[in-house]
Design a protein around this ligand. Sequence first.
Ligand SMILES: [Zn+2]
Length: 312
Amino acid sequence: MSRALTRRERFIRQGAAATWQFRPTAGLLILESPGLRQLEWLVHGFSTRAAGASKWKGARALPLGFSGWDRRKQVRENRAKFFRTIGGARMRVVRLRQIHSGISYRVDRLNALALAKEPPRGDALFTREAGILLAVETADCVPILLVDTKRRAIAAIHSGWRGTLERIAAKTLGRMQMEFGTRPEDVIAALGPGIGRCCYQVGSDVAREFNAQFPAARDWFDGAFDALASGRSDPHWLPWLTMRPPGHRPPSPTVNLDLLAANRAVLADAGVPACQISASGFCTACRSDLFFSYRREHTTGRMLAAIGITES
Ligand SMILES: [Zn+2]
């Protein structure tokens, strides 16, 4: 029989199981993870496209990334407003030049200023220092925030399909274990809005790479996964696969990837209890009224996921 949970553990798990909420504040619509919101020593938020100082197709919008379509001046204004709204106005913001890698950086008092001035190339940031706001940009990739509730350490991670293949969430957690003594069972993980299984069509190269890396990969794909992952999608096989008579060109088989399920599995394999991993439940491509989606729009803005430890 498993042991009874402590009060603290019950508190953590209840938060992780609760529904995510939008917080309309100062004209912006910020998405919050209930598991993180209950920790009073933290600020965090996942931005949406709503409101902001920019104009996009006639509506006010909140693009927050310098790699998006909007002008830098406007983006700076939007970012300041977002940081203010989540309670991080006085924090030092550290961001990344994101490259779809497995690379993470530790941020501390000594290097924060240098990293803020010259964002490092990588896809995850982690810290135990108060007064530092870690931020990652997304528009379909999955933003992941990790919190070690016991040792008070945090991480912000950008995980697209390449980052997921690199197991960037587990690698970042591994560095927190090494450098802070973080135990996975003390960690809450919040997976923000990303492109869903419903909309994320990928090619046979992606299916093959996942199949080679993860024994459970098939569970995260819909469509002709077996054919594509095994490389049997060459023209000689296609008529067999699609049961078409000769002479009729079959459509090429496609496959959809569930990035959220893959990242959940990566974190669970690294020891984070499944009940402490929660996801927003939103697909960025389905809900382009609320979020920016690169897949859906191509020319679009970027959202931010940010987290920081408050000075006590
Ligand atoms: Zn969708």
